[in-house]
Design a protein around this ligand. Structure first.
Ligand code: T3D
Length: 260
């Protein structure tokens, strides 16, 4: 762990907190690598059954730390930056075989917003705003933003947000289907922790396969998706947790899932 990203594991939940509050948790290279290694550990450690990503202080994340950039002095290679720092982490979040919850505690700008959209379930404080700030700098949405915005909102809203940089409030974002829920600021973290604890005691294998199935649906035909469901259900049906789920239902008791 590094100071820029705080990692705490309790009860199967890995809580990852972006921690550069005086920079609104903007990304420097160190924070990029610390976030990457936290997600890698979450994937590899069987004790982790859910990830909860949030930010310290009043913001969630203001995207790239622009204080680290001085393009008037020399032309930066931003392709290299994306390949080295942003894209591997987005891929890790998407491919994580465990639920990833994002609790957006305040403003989420640029890549900060788009990291949130890469998570599986986004809860946001009602005071939070999402800003595609890239157009104000002459850049294109990155960290998967052009993909997630378009998938989640359709082209009309995706293009308008990306081209204007207009902020979207949490409630509007929830109404549009860009995030799951907007919550009162005081209740956000409690609700996020509650959901994380629920997932951490759930059927982890089934969750991982569910997430993969929904991702595959974006490009599959119905036929291909039916084949995939057949295969995934075969795998899910052989888990301990499926046997436990059915037994608990028949016994009229709460299931005790083990995540395998
Ligand atoms: O270069 C590459 O690697 C390419 C990849 C790019 C990915 C990207 O994310 S590009 C987009 C970068 N982000 C932005 O353009 C957002 C910039 N920030 C803002 O627009 C505003 O700060 C916010 C809308 C996020 C919040 O506004 P507000 O009024 O609540 O706060 P503030 O006063 O603007 O910010 C507070 C402090 O944080 C301030 O510092 P100071 O004056 O107190 O010393 C501000 O400079 C600093 N800060 C905010 N965002 C960044 C930042 N410092 C460095 N980089 C930032 N992105």
């Amino acid at each position: 762990s590094s100071d820029t990203v705080l990692v705490v594991l309790t009860g199967g939940v890995m809580r990852i907190t972006l921690n550069r509050p005086d920079k609104l948790n903007a990304f420097n290279d160190e924070m990029h690598m610390a976030l990457r290694s936290a997600f890698a550990k979450a994937q590899d450690d069987p004790a982790v059954r859910c990830v909860l990503l949030t930010g310290a202080g009043r913001a969630f994340c203001a995207g790239q730390d622009l204080g680290d950039r001085d393009p008037r002095k020399s032309t930066p290679d931003l392709s290299h930056t994306l390949e080295t720092f942003y894209n591997p982490t987005v891929r890790l979040i998407r491919s994580m075989e465990k639920p990833v919850i994002c609790a957006v505690n305040g403003v989420a700008a640029g890549a900060g917003a788009n990291f949130a959209f890469a998570c599986d379930i986004v809860l946001a404080a009602k005071s939070a705003r999402f800003i595609q700030a890239f157009c104000k700098l002459g850049l294109v949405p990155d960290a998967g933003g052009s993909w997630h915005l378009t998938r989640l909102l359709g082209e009309a809203r995706a293009k308008a947000l990306a081209l204007t940089g207009e902020p979207v409030g949490a409630e509007q974002a929830a109404n549009w289907g860009l995030i799951w829920k907007a919550l009162d600021d005081e209740t956000l973290m409690d609700e996020a922790e509650k959901l994380a604890a629920h997932f951490a005691s759930g059927p982890t294998k089934g969750y991982g396969l569910t997430k993969k199935a929904i991702h595959a649906a974006a490009t599959n035909s119905l036929d291909a998706q039916l084949d995939l469901e057949r295969d995934y259900q075969g795998t899910a049906g052989a888990t301990h947790d499926y046997a436990e789920g059915v037994a608990a239902f028949l016994d009229k008791r709460k299931p005790e899932f083990q995540g395998r």
